[in-house]
Design a protein around this ligand. Structure first.
Ligand code: TXA
Ligand code: MG
Length: 358
């Protein structure tokens, strides 16, 4: 076992905090069964008490990998430690998508700390895909509660360097696993209201509604199984508390304005004729032609977006951090396309815009 993992296990056993790489974003991890350690997460992040944490768990031993029944049994045994009622649907999704960027909300087991669940009767569980996270979880031998390793309301970290920027003075051991591959937080699916609501997506991510529907054989066209409903905003009254569902979240300090590409010319003309001397960053997709678009004065930085949604998800948070260092007055950011493959990254960018400039 590498020394860094050994050291991390020691820190966790002693009730300390370790920042861990996952495939989505870096997490700020603590022993999920240690109240004092969990309290440290809240105080370090400045996160209000009552916001539940995701419990991260190790995947089953590789000897079951080629036997589906054995895999499912192994997931069942692992999940029973955290949930009092592990549904067949939860096992199907675990088998299909774990380790991976999916968090399941399940009825909590009795022993799960209320500090972890935010006092709710449910618990969020996920087995992350990053090899270093799995190695640590296995060596630690228990669950790790881990929110994203950023200060409350700010941009999630996708590199070890970002984590150090967030917690420069705190006692956080940072495991460097390189840049995160997915780049935005896991999909959260609520499986606690299956009878009445089906699986409900609380936060969109790399595992899409269509993928979940397919795995559970819930075909929207077959007449009896309703499609997985999707709740993407915090306005739904029956949704449990999900801090990521606050509309202002993941936000840069610089004001970020989303604009429609078709309005570029009129917006630029207006900005150019304003007497207010402001400096802008301009972020947009590559275009075939710039005919008819006046050049914007005072552009301190122009950045081109990747045309593929997965690539933008991977880069988005680093891009927002970079934009925040430019000291511009405002970021003009082209709206993302409408297609479902952009849902998760559009969701994060929308929240970043709402919470920006504060
Ligand atoms: O990809 C991820 O999920 C990352 C990595 C580190 O795993 N973690 C993450 O944690 O994004 P955090 O705390 O920043 O966001 C987790 C979200 C929060 O909005 C929290 O409210 C919600 O999950 N959550 C956790 N447990 C829940 C529960 N029992 N019911 C409803 N929402 C829950
Ligand atoms: Mg977070």
């Amino acid at each position: 076992m590498p020394d860094s993992i050994k050291r991390a296990v020691d820190v966790l056993k002693a009730g300390g905090l370790v920042a861990i790489p996952t495939e989505t974003v870096y997490g700020l991890a603590a022993d999920a069964n240690n109240v004092l350690a969990i309290n440290k997460i809240f105080s370090s992040k400045g996160r209000p008490a009552g916001h539940p944490l995701i419990v991260h768990i190790a995947q089953p031993e590789p000897n079951v990998a080629n036997d589906q029944q054995a895999r499912v049994t192994a997931w069942q045994e692992i999940l029973c430690q955290w949930s009092r009622d592990v549904s067949p649907e939860a096992l199907i999704l675990a088998d299909q998508f774990w380790p991976g960027p999916l968090t399941m909300i399940l009825p909590k087991a009795k022993n799960v700390l209320s500090e972890v669940t935010g006092g709710q009767e449910t618990v969020g569980v996920r087995s992350p895909q990053h090899p270093m996270a799995q190695q640590l979880l296995k060596a630690f031998g228990g669950g790790l509660a881990a929110p994203s390793a950023n200060r409350f309301g700010r941009i999630s970290p996708t590199t070890a360097e970002h984590v150090r920027e967030e917690f420069p003075d705190d006692e956080v051991l940072v495991l460097d696993g390189g840049p995160c591959d997915v780049g935005i937080e896991s999909t959260i699916v609520d499986l606690t209201r299956l009878d009445t609501h089906g699986p409900v997506i609380l936060r969109p991510g790399a595992i899409t509604q269509v993928m979940i529907d397919q795995a559970l054989n819930r075909n929207s066209d077959d007449g009896h199984a309703p499609k997985t409903p999707s709740i993407m905003s915090g306005s739904n009254l029956s949704a449990p508390r999900v801090s990521g569902s606050l509309s202002a979240h993941y936000a840069p300090k610089t004001k970020l304005v989303l604009y429609d590409a078709k309005d570029t010319a009129s917006i630029f003309s207006e900005l150019n004729s304003s007497s207010d001397l402001k400096r802008f960053a301009w972020v947009h997709f590559p275009r075939d032609s710039s005919a008819g678009i006046p050049s914007l004065k005072n552009v301190a930085k122009e950045l081109l977006l990747p045309v593929e949604s997965k690539a933008l998800a991977r880069e988005l948070y680093a891009l927002l951090r970079q934009l925040d260092t430019l000291n511009v007055d405002c970021i003009y950011f082209e709206k993302l396309p409408e297609g479902v493959e952009w849902d998760a990254v559009r969701d994060r960018l929308g929240r970043a815009s709402v919470g920006s400039g504060m």
